[in-house]
Design a binder for this molecule. Structure first.
Ligand code: CTP
Ligand code: C5P
Length: 327
């Protein structure tokens, strides 16, 4: 890559397994240290060697990180221990990492070389979310599946997502949002859903939905609504967490926090919606038995999209259980 005089190229690396808004927040802060953000991602072999097999494949992790709006370049198969040569090869001035210690399988600090060379800076780690925490929440789903009273224990933190300690502030939402309004004549696309545990299936869907217009609005359903149609112990992430995950995606222009389940005429008028999209996943009826997309279908504004990706939160859960059994 070519480097201009004023460019400051920042290097960040990691596993980015089950990519979440904590990762996105680290990347957002990393980008603020310079002008270009280059993200190195470890291969499946490298992650397996140092901390066990990842839940998401390297192809999924590369794609998910590329779609985070602060990322300029992704470097595949980056070494687990950050090397000076890697920074030099990619024209990066320094490396940024969250203020937690990351070690190799032998207990060595993965940043010892860049620290020694004075090419290391830190950003603040996001409390209350991690891959381990998300895996824990997923396993809680299976454990409590047949226990009717299990939910009582969850109320300590949240009736819907159990163990979460992450607290969303308006500041965080402002930091993540585009703050952009549609330009006159922009074609407006609207989609709505749970977007729980934002994954590569959602990403493929949003990428295609964005191609239908110039401004993509994503409606995020509330926790009780998601719980009604996805069933016991869902959602895994609360509405504010789901909002941040979706906001971090480069295809998304705006998010409606707590969108109504049915796409009404009022909503379409309010946001001047031209097209409403939904993927190939089944559409559950609203409480009164009606089709939530009846209005856009009636006005010829509904488009079904094939994301060509059949990943669901349920499949991710199955992978986690399978991995668990491998130990
Ligand atoms: N990160 C962060 N806040 C979190 C989780 C991760 O700031 N809640 C940062 C890490 O400090 C690192 C980057 O995201 O700079 C990539 O993280 P990764 O290598 O995936 O590290 P982990 O710390 O293992 O992430 P997790 O705990 O979620 O597995
Ligand atoms: O299931 P959820 O409400 O999170 O889905 C949000 C949107 O993403 C829906 O339109 C759904 O059809 C779409 N989707 C998709 N491909 C997947 C997963 C979801 O097109 N693999």
């Amino acid at each position: 890559p070519q480097k201009k005089m004023k460019d400051i190229r920042v290097w960040m690396d990691g596993c980015f397994d089950m990519v979440h808004f904590g990762h996105a927040n680290a990347l957002r802060q990393g980008k603020e240290f310079g002008t270009q953000l280059i993200v190195g991602i470890h291969s499946d072999a490298e992650v397996t060697k140092h901390k066990g097999p990842p839940v998401y494949s390297e192809e999924e992790r590369y794609k998910m990180v590329r779609a985070i709006k602060w990322v300029d370049e992704v470097v595949e198969d980056a070494p687990y221990v950050t090397a000076i040569e890697t920074l030099d090869q990619n024209n990066c001035d320094f490396c940024v990492h969250g203020d937690d210690i990351t070690t190799t399988a032998d207990g060595q600090d993965t940043y010892h070389m860049v620290k020694k060379a004075n090419r290391y800076k830190e950003c603040k780690r996001t409390a209350g979310v991690s891959t381990t925490d998300l895996v824990g929440r997923m396993l809680l789903v299976t454990k409590t599946h047949h226990q009717r009273d299990a939910r009582i224990f969850h109320f300590v933190h949240s009736p819907w997502t159990g163990v979460s300690q992450f607290l969303t502030t308006t500041k965080k939402i402002i930091q993540f949002s585009e703050g952009r309004e549609p330009k006159p004549g922009d074609k407006i696309v609207y989609v709505a859903g749970a977007f729980d545990l934002f994954h590569v299936g959602h990403l493929d869907f949003l990428e295609k939905a964005a191609e239908f217009g110039d401004f993509l609005i994503v409606g995020i359903h509330t926790d009780p609504v998601v719980n009604r149609y996805k069933g016991a112990n869902y959602p895994i992430m609360n509405m504010h967490e789901r909002t941040l995950s979706v906001l971090a995606c480069r295809y998304v222009s705006e998010v409606v926090i707590g969108a109504p389940y049915s796409v009404t005429a009022e909503l379409m008028e309010h946001f001047k919606v031209d097209v409403v999209c939904h993927g190939m996943t089944p559409v559950m009826r609203d409480v009164d038995g009606s089709d939530p997309y009846a209005e856009p279908k009636r006005t010829g504004k509904f488009k079904a999209i094939d994301s060509k990706n059949d990943l669901t939160t349920q499949i991710i859960l199955e992978r986690i259980i399978k991995h668990r059994l491998e130990y």
